[in-house]
Design a binder for this molecule. Structure first.
Ligand code: FE
Length: 294
């Protein structure tokens, strides 16, 4: 099997999200509305805040897709309209299948709010096929300790979804995909990607070379590979500092090839379904977050 060529490199756009969160967002943009089945990729932070200053995303609804939060630094807390409450620590993943709808809040932890600190994470939106858009909401809150990691000299691969190096993830996905956190120094790594899937790599830190032509890319760049056949190759040089030379997220997924109607935090197939989502939200049918002390 050959290697997939890099189709485009997208430098991330810094934007402000939610309650004032700084994020780098390689897509959606006017030029790249999605990388089917992935609808959005946000690199939140790293952002250092003083006591009382940390920002989050207060109550908002979702319908029709999945939000996947991978926390890299800091701690966050989450609560929603179904009474689900939890915290996310560095290295943890929350895979939330919004399905027919939830209202949730994603905020820095109380400790981080009170004392200040650094927050960094990756939020990914994964589309659901038409038949799955109205399924019941589901959470897979997955602590770092239960997410498989494969280590070799110069290589560390954390398998968030799918499979790599013969190891399978514990998180289940509705849409077949791979989601890997790869750290690489002084060597290359090749990920098998089934024919017809879309594939991309986001450089979180450092730099590397990608694909058969060893296209260079650095922090904040998203590389989208040509669809078709072939595997995805990442390569990194030496790292005198001791940190990995390349720290990257690898994503590949089976495209849905369905129409996408999106507005804000709703992603459906038709404009009519978006209007219904708004009506349901406004009528309270997506629920509300019960808080007794605030
Ligand atoms: Fe959200």
């Amino acid at each position: 099997m050959g290697l997939r060529a890099v189709k485009q490199i997208i430098p991330s756009v810094r934007t402000i999200e939610g309650g004032g969160f700084v994020v780098r967002r390689p897509f959606p943009t006017a030029d790249l509305p999605q990388v089917d089945p992935f609808l959005l990729f946000d690199h939140m932070g790293p952002i250092a805040s003083s006591p009382g200053e940390a920002k989050g995303a207060p109550d908002h609804p979702h319908r029709g897709f999945e939000t996947v939060t991978y926390l890299l630094q800091g701690s966050m807390q989450h609560e929603d309209s179904a009474g689900h409450r939890g915290s996310l620590e560095a290295g943890d993943v929350q895979w939330m299948t919004a399905g027919r709808g939830v209202v949730h809040a994603e905020m820095p932890s109380t400790a981080l709010l009170e004392r200040g600190g650094t927050l960094e994470g990756i939020q990914l939106w994964v589309n659901l096929r038409a038949a799955d858009k109205m399924i019941a909401p589901r959470y897979q809150d997955t602590p770092a300790a239960s997410i498989p990691v494969v280590e070799e000299p110069g290589l560390r691969v954390k398998i968030i979804a799918g499979e790599a190096l013969g190891t399978r993830a514990v998180i289940e996905t509705r849409t077949p995909m791979h989601y890997l956190h790869v750290q690489l120094t002084g060597r290359s790594f090749t990920q098998q990607v089934p024919e017809g899937w879309n594939a991309m790599v986001y450089v979180r830190k450092g730099r590397g070379a990608f694909g058969p032509d060893r296209v260079p890319a650095a922090e904040g760049d998203l590389l989208v590979f040509r669809n078709g056949q072939g595997d995805v190759l990442l390569e990194a040089g030496d790292a005198p500092s001791g940190d990995p030379a390349l720290d990257a997220l690898v994503l590949a997924g089976q495209p849905l090839h369905e129409p996408v109607a999106r507005y804000g935090t709703f992603v459906m197939n038709t404009r009519r379904e978006i209007l219904e989502a708004f009506e349901d939200f406004e009528a309270g049918r997506l629920g509300r977050i019960e808080r007794d002390d605030r």
